[in-house]
Design a protein around this ligand. Structure first.
Ligand SMILES: *Cc1c(COP(=O)(O)O)cnc(C)c1O
Length: 399
């Protein structure tokens, strides 16, 4: 009865998460509070999910109104919020048709099914999908196979077949891996979970051209980069390399569990019976997501993320003088990583908790910053200040 929350978790919850030692109870904007009343500046933002910060009034209002009207119907009927959100995404994306999902992995699964069917119908049964080393596409069996990292998938083999992995940011490797059996290439515009790996300018465009030459589907997993995160509504816009198939999720609902995959007309191969979902695209989630996406677009938050991201990365990079163990600052918009010399990321993250800052160790040697797109310049400055104190602590402990 008097157990602490971590004790309750240990007793009742499947132990798959390595959780930070705090129980979050409330959030507003870029701030969250834990059960002990401590305040944190949240630069994790639900892992690049809370694009408008915590509990943005636009989202809360839309959810509250929809919750009192119609929450769920299944997809056996037309519902208004779903169709309004579909229209909004199609009109702003350059793709033609959308299907909603409950998560990023489901959105990618949809892309994989599109590629398989496309190959079967239009490419003589080709079924192989070329993916990148260092990618992350999700935790279901199909998306684990696409991820291709034995650290995630080892215990669950055998996985679905038909995935080939080549080095990221290397178009020649994709060309060499292409065979009669290839039906699609699937990439992240920036590898998020892989460490915020930013490819060279022109990479996506070159892959797009190769796919056109060979008749392959060019598929982008924009689950992390989409909806303004990297300074454009979609990550591909940086390179002008429009995909045939695209997965979205994280930032789409500013905290709501909703994703989508979108297809160009020529990849609209799924027909009745091919795919479905009980929960996905519910009136409640779609109303919330519609409010969030419309706000992001009308307030020009992608452009704002671009400007603030440049400012933020400049301030982080300037810390290299004071802290020589900072190797590199990289990113685009408000998806940013700081690479450290040695496996210091968790130490810095823990020290940052003491300074009231949440950041994420995206890999043992790198921190990831993904604040809400609504973050203010003052909050960026405050993050830099808190991070400086955390780095000082880690630096002095290490020397
Ligand atoms: C987070 C992520 C996923 C998986 O999303 P879930 O909602 O956790 O299933 C897939 N692809 C990319 C690029 C991601 O960042």
């Amino acid at each position: 009865m008097a157990s602490s929350w971590p004790e309750l978790e240990k007793q009742y919850y499947l132990g798959v998460f390595r959780r930070a030692p705090m129980t979050l109870v409330r959030g507003q904007g870029t701030k969250v509070w834990d059960s002990a009343g401590r305040e944190y500046l949240d630069f994790v933002a639900g892992i690049a999910v809370n694009s408008l910060g915590h509990c943005h009034p636009v989202v809360v209002k839309a959810l509250a109104a929809q919750a009192q009207t119609l929450i769920h119907t299944s997809n056996l009927y037309y519902t208004v919020p779903q169709l309004r959100l579909a229209e909004l995404l199609v009109k702003h994306s350059g793709l033609d048709k959308v299907f909603f999902t409950n998560s990023g992995a489901e959105a990618v699964e949809g892309c994989l099914k599109v590629a398989r069917k496309y190959g079967k119908e239009k490419l003589n049964g080709a079924y192989e999908i070329i993916c990148a080393q260092g990618a992350f596409h999700g935790r279901t069996m199909g998306t684990l196979a696409a991820t291709g990292n034995p650290r995630y998938s080892g215990p669950f083999e055998p996985l679905p077949l038909g995935f080939v992995h080549v080095p990221y940011d290397d178009v020649e490797a994709i060309k060499r891996a292409t065979t009669e059996k290839t039906c699609a290439v699937m990439l992240e515009p920036i590898q998020g979970e892989g460490g915020v790996n930013v490819p060279r300018d022109g990479y996506l465009k070159a892959v797009r051209r190769w796919c056109d030459q060979r008749g392959l589907l060019f598929m982008l997993d924009e689950v992390q980069t989409g909806i303004g995160r990297t300074g454009y509504l979609f990550g591909y816009e940086h390179d002008g390399a429009e995909p045939d198939v695209m997965a979205l999720a994280k930032g789409m609902g500013s905290g709501l569990p909703i994703g989508a995959f979108l297809v160009k007309e020529r990849a609209a191969v799924l027909v009745p019976g091919d795919h479905g979902s009980t929960f996905a695209g519910s009136p409640l989630m779609c109303a919330g997501s519609y409010a969030a996406v419309r706000h992001i677009i009308s307030r020009k938050l992608p452009q704002r993320a671009r400007e603030l991201g440049t400012y933020f990365m400049g301030r982080l990079a300037a810390m290299r003088e004071e802290f020589p163990f900072i190797v590199e600052v990289r990113g685009r918009g408000l998806l940013v990583a700081m690479e450290l010399k040695g496996e210091l990321a968790q130490k810095v993250v823990s020290a940052a908790w003491g300074e009231g800052l949440l950041v994420n160790p995206v890999k043992p040697t790198a921190l990831r910053f993904a604040p809400p797109l609504t973050v203010t310049r003052r909050e960026l400055d405050s993050c830099v200040q808190r991070l400086r104190r955390a780095l000082q602590r880690v630096g002095s402990a290490g020397s």
